[in-house]
Ligand binder design. Sequence first.
Ligand code: A2P
Length: 272
Amino acid sequence: MQTALKQETETRQFAIPAGVHAETVVSVKHYTDRLFSFRISRPQSFRFRSGEFVMIGLPNADKPVFRAFSIASPNWDEEIEFFSIKVPDGPLTSELQKIVPGDTVLMRQKSTGTLVLDALTPAKRLFMISTGTGIAPFASLIRDPETYEKFEQIVLTHTCRDHAELAYGEELYAQAVNDPLIGELTAGRLIHYSSTTREITPRMGRITRLIENGRLFTDLGIEPLNPETDRVMICGSMSMLKDVKTLVESLGFDEGSHSQPGGFVVERAFVG
Ligand code: A2P
């Protein structure tokens, strides 16, 4: 009742901007004081490719602030899922982190992005390298059957500061493996590899180091990265993107795009 009232007040005070979907928050899950995920209703007309991002805002101003969010749900899902950081003074996430089921979230109509399967040339293995909320687009892609049509093996890496920040990825992996719809596809083909950099855990280190020193491959008992057989998708902070990009380029991978598919693609994990 209270939530419905709050929503009505918000809608009355601030008109929904033209060309923007006003969707209802279905669920919210807080992982740590820095990370949370939420699901919203999906407009029937909204289509996207797994791995893309969309602009999100709140109906709390005449000209709401919009920020880019990778869509974490697969394109067949009836709802839309996001995985977000909480920036204490961030223009959007400082407010967004307070949403509860029943609230309204604004979403622009068009999605876009470079982390799409079409931007990669065919190969055997797909490495998805992520840090922090950079796992979001991969949460979408590992639940998309097309990923398994195009690649034999998927290696999803996730590195965070501490263990609690890895929880979203751990849940995601468990769900993808046990899902009645895609569990059959992921079985034995989807690998989840996580590490921490600040909290002491059995597996520590930045992913750049774990690739350079070969630990990623020895831990998993798989062949090292090879541009002949592998493709790479990268999503994280600006400095992470720069370092991983430099690393894969040094191994002989070339960057792909929609117009010219290649060996790797890069997208920053958005904050604000
Ligand atoms: P570190 O703890 O050594 O900074 P954040 O939450 O700040 O976005 O960081 C998420 C993870 O990304 C952290 O484990 C962090 O390690 C790691 N990271 C930050 N910068 C880089 C980089 N340039 N290359 C690889 N990993 C990075």
